[in-house]
Design a protein around this ligand. Structure first.
Ligand SMILES: NC(=O)c1ccc[n+]([C@@H]2O[C@H](COP(=O)([O-])OP(=O)(O)OC[C@H]3O[C@@H](n4cnc5c(N)ncnc54)[C@H](OP(=O)(O)O)[C@@H]3O)[C@@H](O)[C@H]2O)c1
Length: 296
């Protein structure tokens, strides 16, 4: 990466190549580290080196390494666990983000906060969601991400919150990595297993590699909230049905889950217009899935 590529935002002083990535042992953080470690000075503290739940730990680490950019991936990302452990997950997802925002705000570090499309779970309507909508998340995790976004904006006004969609990769990078849509799909196809996907669930599914590739453009974004992932024209069952057909596979073993979100469809699809005005683009969910499988 060349220096001049990153220096355009008026509020950023000369790019010094120092990036902090929290949650670097996780699905997204590990891929960001891999992408930047050759061209930048990447700081990737593990849980023990910097515990986001403790303000002193966050301040001491960030004051020591003085990054220009901090990508805050660390979180309790399992929505079910958050639902069952509201207090413990609040400390990680909300207070952890606030600690990052306070320190980054004080030191002039550009903070990129990983938020989620789950913020839209509970919103009415079947259209893709825009960032300026009134939202009232139905789940604990979505409520925590929304509160964290607000605290990031309050304590670090130049911070950028990315509402990420469900991410996948065709390869496993780490031993303990959580499963993802594409690897689960490919495994079911390879083992000729029955697949069951919901018909009342509408959401974008995003290639994590594109999230990482588009990150450099995020460094230059003005503070605010941005949807950040692939749009999707279909529900999850339809997405898989079309994917199988486009790949030339039989749809015989594909079954509908008609109970999940029945009577109250979940629509957390994102509208990407705002990010697109800054040159950030993601192909649609189905298009990218086909490309990905064909490139394996
Ligand atoms: N994956 C998705 O599809 C998706 C979709 C939308 C939004 N997001 C958001 O994107 C971000 C990255 O997701 P991910 O899938 O990469 O998450 P992940 O794989 O679950 O990784 C979470 C990371 O957070 C670290 N962590 C947890 N508690 C910590 C603490 N108290 N102090 C320091 N580190 C801590 C974990 O370290 P240990 O393993 O050592 O605990 C791990 O490295 C998260 O904010 C997530 O909510 C993810």
């Amino acid at each position: 990466m060349e220096e001049k590529e990153l220096i355009t935002s008026e509020n950023m002083h000369a790019w010094d190549g120092r990036i902090l990535v929290t949650g670097a042992t996780g699905f997204l953080g590990s891929r960001i580290v891999r992408a930047y470690e050759k061209s930048c000075r990447v700081f990737a503290p593990n849980h023990q080196e910097m515990d986001i739940c403790h303000m002193d730990s966050v301040r001491a680490y960030i004051e020591k390494v003085r990054p220009q950019i901090a990508v805050h991936c660390a979180a309790a990302s399992d929505t079910l666990w958050c639902q069952e452990h509201p207090e413990a997950s609040f400390r990680i997802n909300v207070e952890g983000a606030e600690h990052m925002a306070r320190v980054c705000g004080d030191l002039g570090t550009k903070l990129i906060f990983c938020s989620s499309d789950q913020i839209y779970f509970g919103s009415g309507g079947m259209e893709p969601h825009k960032e300026n909508e009134e939202v009232s998340p139905a789940g604990e995790y979505g409520r925590q991400k929304l509160e964290a976004e607000k605290r990031c904006a309050r304590f670090c006004s130049d911070s950028v919150s990315l509402r990420l969609c469900w991410m996948y990769d065709s390869e496993r990078l780490l031993e303990k990595e959580h499963g993802n849509f594409l690897t689960a799909f490919l495994q079911a196809v390879a083992e000729e297993r029955e697949m069951v996907y919901p018909i009342y669930d509408y959401r974008g599914i995003t290639d994590v590699r594109l999230v990482v590739e588009n990150l450099e453009k995020v460094f230059k974004l003005p503070g605010g909230v941005y949807n950040f992932g692939s749009e999707n024209d279909y529900n999850i069952y339809e997405t898989v049905h079309r994917l199988l057909k486009k790949l030339g596979y039989s749809t015989e073993r594909l079954k509908k889950n008609e109970t999940a979100f029945a009577g109250n469809p979940r629509n957390i699809r994102v509208h990407m217009g705002k990010a697109e005005t800054f040159g950030i683009e993601f192909p649609k969910t189905l298009e990218r899935l086909v490309e990905c499988v064909n490139s394996i």
